[in-house]
Design a protein around this ligand. Structure first.
Ligand SMILES: Nc1ncnc2c1ncn2[C@@H]1O[C@H](C[S@+](CC[C@H]([NH3+])C(=O)[O-])CC(=O)[O-])[C@@H](O)[C@H]1O
Length: 324
């Protein structure tokens, strides 16, 4: 079962900005998550319980989130075989006791693109919407955040985090089984809210931007990263059935149009800080994610296009401030 006890304990503290929302969060989580309602949850739980007993020291400062400590060959082998059962591992990389967990995504590349534009994360209370395995949440903790809440509706990713944190033991990062639309309304308490790789999954992008705005305290910082297409401030692509083989893709604006959406939502000082076409080396199949990956989603004769003939995946990052 997802461990919520330590989360409630952590925020039930008059100094914690989430303290006024303990009950609202409890209710929201109860509505979205019933332990073991997902038929595979018991299996994921037993995988975490089978992890070999090892202890080490955690390093959140490098590109690879690492736990280092003594481990013999048999233990390393058992660790690998146990963690492989939580396939597919999409977001990382991680290293545990000398074992490199080579995820589908080099999520460290995204972090390197975003980090120089964030200012100080130290002492901040952060929300990461669509956190996946929690790799970026751990990097935020490594950058000195006071607390990080990651939310993601995909329970398997939350179990991946549970497995990593079984060893990393980072106690100020909590992952919750929630979608952003299920967050209590108008929490207005986070210093920084990240939404990376989520907006294009939403049928209603302005509702998503509103959710991010009202999770932030006045003056707080939004970090928004999403798929974009080339074009001017009047350009938006709504793909047909699929985009790069994904079915759940709705709105791909140009970066300029995205900036306009952010401003129309009421954010101020909005800036495009990065536009980047995803490289084949950044998203690829590995031993830890052996399904198809980016190379299979692109036109084999022209890597600038998806198999459907659209512009190949390009992502923009916008930083903005919630007005006071
Ligand atoms: N409504 C929603 N609310 C919250 N999470 C959602 C929602 N819909 C989907 N997700 C979750 O958002 C994540 C999107 S991946 C980005 C991961 C990370 N942020 C990254 O930037 O690497 C996409 C990508 O590969 O970029 C998945 O884990 C979904 O379960």
């Amino acid at each position: 079962m997802i461990d919520l006890h330590s989360f409630y304990q952590h925020i039930s503290n008059p100094d914690h900005p989430l303290e006024p929302y303990v009950e609202a969060l409890r209710k929201a989580i109860e509505q979205s998550y019933t332990p073991n309602a997902h038929g595979d949850e018991k299996i994921w739980q037993s995988i975490v319980e089978q992890l070999p007993s090892l202890s080490g020291s955690t390093d959140l400062s490098g590109d690879t989130v690492s736990v280092r400590g003594d481990c013999n060959i048999e233990q390393r082998q058992a660790l690998k075989q146990t963690l492989l059962q939580l396939h597919p591992w999409r977001k990382g990389p991680f290293e545990l006791f000398g074992m490199h967990l080579d995820t589908e995504w080099r999520s460290d590349w995204k972090w390197q693109r975003v980090l120089p534009h964030l200012g100080e994360l130290r002492y901040k209370n952060i929300l990461d919407v669509g956190c996946g395995s929690g790799y970026h949440c751990l990097r935020m903790a490594g950058a000195g955040a006071n607390s990080v809440v990651g939310i993601d509706p995909s329970l398997k990713f939350l179990y991946q985090f549970k497995a990593i944190n079984h060893y990393a033991k980072v106690d100020n990062v909590h992952l919750l089984p929630l979608k952003s639309e299920q967050l209590p309304a108008r929490m207005q308490c986070f210093d920084t809210v990240f939404s990376m790789g989520v907006l294009y999954h939403r049928r209603s992008p302005f509702d998503h931007l509103d959710e991010l705005k009202y999770a932030l305290k006045p003056g707080g910082q939004l970090v928004l990263e999403t798929l974009v297409v080339d074009g001017d401030e009047h350009t938006v692509l709504v793909p047909g059935d699929r985009y790069a083989q994904m079915r759940n893709v709705w709105f791909l604006p140009s970066a300029k149009e995205l900036l306009r959406w952010v401003e129309r939502t009421g954010f101020i000082d909005a800036k495009i800080v990065d536009i980047d076409t995803t490289q084949l080396e950044e998203q690829r199949s590995t031993e830890w994610m052996h399904f198809q990956s980016l190379v299979d989603f692109l036109d084999p004769d022209d890597n600038k296009k998806t198999v459907e003939g659209y512009q190949a995946p390009t992502r923009a990052t916008i930083i903005a401030t919630r007005g006071r």
